[in-house]
Structures are given as C-alpha cells and as structure tokens.
Design a protein around this ligand. Structure first.
Ligand SMILES: Nc1ncnc2c1ncn2[C@@H]1O[C@H](COP(=O)(O)OP(=O)(O)OP(=O)(O)O)[C@@H](O)[C@H]1O
Length: 280
C-alpha cells in the first residue's frame, strides 16, 4: 500500500484553545435492554470537542450498543444523550423524533464502520459524494469535496475505483473521507482497524485522528486493540454494560496506563490517571 500522506486539515480553534474543553456529547444513566439482556446499565460518559474517546471491554460488554446509543441509532430505555452542536442549542438525542435523529446523523455525525456503509457498486468518489448530495449539495459541489477529501487521505488517482478494487486500508480511508466530508462534529467508529494488519492499522488511525481530532471534532471509537485505544485521549472500559474503568492518556508520555486501578479512591488530577467508573 502506498505511504499515506498527512491530512492537511483546515486550521481550527479547538486544538488547545478554549473550544477544546467544550463537551460535545454527554450521556447520563444510559440503560438498554434487549429482551432480558441488560446491554447498558446506567452508563455516564461525555466526549469533548477535539477529544478521542476509545470504548473497550470484553465481547458482549455493551461497546457497540453504547456507540449506537450515543449516535442516536439505538434508542435507550432510560437515560439521556445531550448533544451540543457548534453554536446551536443542545438537544437530547435519545428523545428526538426519528426524523430529527436521522437529520443529525446525516449532518453532524460521521460514521466509520468496519463494513456496511460503503456501496460496492459505487466508486470511491461516488461513495463520498452521495451523502453530501442527500443533504442537498449539488453533484458538482459534492464531487469536488469528495475529490478533495480523497486526495487528503492519500487516494488521489483512485477516485474512480469501485470498492472491490481497493485494499482494506484504502477502503477504510474512503470510509473516513465519507465520514468527514460533511464536516461532522462527532465521528463514531466501530472497529475501524479490525480487519487490517498492524502497519495499515497505524496508518488508518493516523488519518482518522488527524481528520477528526485534528480539526477539532470529537472521535468515539470502539476497539478490541489496546494499541488503537492507546492513541486516544481517554479509554472507557466496559464490563456487563457498566463503566469499569477510565484510562486517561498522560500528555507528557503520550501513554495510557495499562494496569487496572487499585480499589479505593480514584487519583484525580494526575495525568495518566485511572478512575473507577465515573464520567468525563
Ligand atoms: N439487536 C440486539 N438484539 C438482541 N441482543 C442484542 C442486540 N444487540 C446487542 N445485543 C446484546 O447486548 C449485549 C451487548 O452487545 P454489544 O454488541 O453492545 O456488545 P459488544 O461489547 O459490542 O460485543 P462485541 O465485542 O462482541 O462486538 C450482548 O449480550 C448482545 O448479545
């Protein structure tokens, strides 16, 4: 696979500025049942503008359900998901009518999933342009934006290829371009590197972080890979639908601690700290 060039995002005020501490999404008491299975059990979590949040945990611990609930795809049985758009009034995503939730998902939120969102019959360019046209952009404008993003993600010259003609890493870059082209403020990624070898996974994570957090957007990603989670600012670890730990990246070492928290009081205020449960 060719070396991916760095994304050159537009300058943004969130990188270290005041907006960087702005909470974009805050979920409180999220609870979700599937029949008798309690997939989420009172989860509290927030994510800020310009922050990358990883969600980890064993299989069946509720990671995907949490991601889908935060994104307004899965409606929780209890709890709220407050979304604060850039400059607009806050909304409770969980309580919005279906039509409004769809509008939010098409406009403010971007999605990078391991499979399913890219249409195999369409070219890379068409896959990126299509959602823009659905939200009202002209074909010409949508195509120009799609080409721009594909170029930023190192896919210049491959715009006309159908998805089957791209490698797994290249296809994920198309998915990232698709999620970012509409200017989403929160990107949700479910196992974005799940099917990739470790070198390609690193490249895709570089691009995903640069194209989201790098322009002041929030990133929420589900992963089983500790290396991927360690690239994020914070990791939420779930077990049986509950938040078991939070790991904060140490800004000076860039590392997250890998040892579980000792029982007792969380050590607040220190970089690289671990909290038991808790919120943002
Ligand atoms: N649509 C559904 N119908 C019934 N049960 C579901 C549904 N979605 C999730 N569940 C159940 O809810 C629980 C949490 O599932 P979820 O997919 O969120 O876990 P996960 O941590 O993402 O798992 P994995 O790592 O295996 O993808 C599991 O017991 C799962 O079987």
């Amino acid at each position: 696979m060719p070396q991916a060039p760095a994304v050159q995002p537009a300058a943004h005020p969130a990188a270290g500025g005041e907006r960087a501490s702005e909470v974009r999404l805050r979920a409180t008491g999220l609870t979700k049942f599937f029949g008798a299975t309690r997939a989420l059990d009172g989860v509290d979590v927030g994510v800020k503008a310009g922050e990358a949040l990883a969600i980890m945990g064993p299989s069946g611990s509720g990671k995907s359900t949490l991601l889908l609930a935060l994104a307004g795809i899965e409606r929780p049985d209890a709890g709220s998901v407050i979304y604060r758009p850039d400059g607009g009034p806050e909304v409770d995503v969980a309580a919005l009518p279906d039509r409004e939730r769809s509008r939010l998902r098409r406009g403010d939120f971007g999605f990078v999933f391991q499979q399913g969102l890219l249409i195999p019959e369409l070219t890379a360019e068409e896959n990126v342009a299509l959602p823009l046209m659905v939200t009202g952009a002209s074909r010409q404008a949508a195509t120009a934006t799609a080409r721009d993003w594909l170029g930023r993600l190192g896919l210049a010259g491959m715009e006309g290829r159908r998805m089957g003609e791209l490698s797994g890493g290249q296809a994920q870059r198309v998915a990232i371009a698709r999620a970012q082209a509409g200017g989403s403020t929160v990107t949700f990624a479910d196992e974005p590197t799940g099917a990739l070898d470790s070198a390609t996974s690193r490249e895709v994570m570089d691009l995903l972080l640069e194209s989201t957090v790098g322009r002041g957007a929030a990133l929420v990603l589900v992963t089983h890979d500790p290396q991927v989670a360690a690239r994020c600012d914070r990791t939420l670890s779930l077990r049986d639908g509950r938040v078991e730990h939070q790991f904060f990246r140490n800004p000076s070492t860039g590392q997250q601690p890998v040892v579980p928290a000792p029982s007792g009081h969380p050590s607040l205020g220190r970089p690289g700290r671990i909290l038991r449960g808790g919120t943002l």
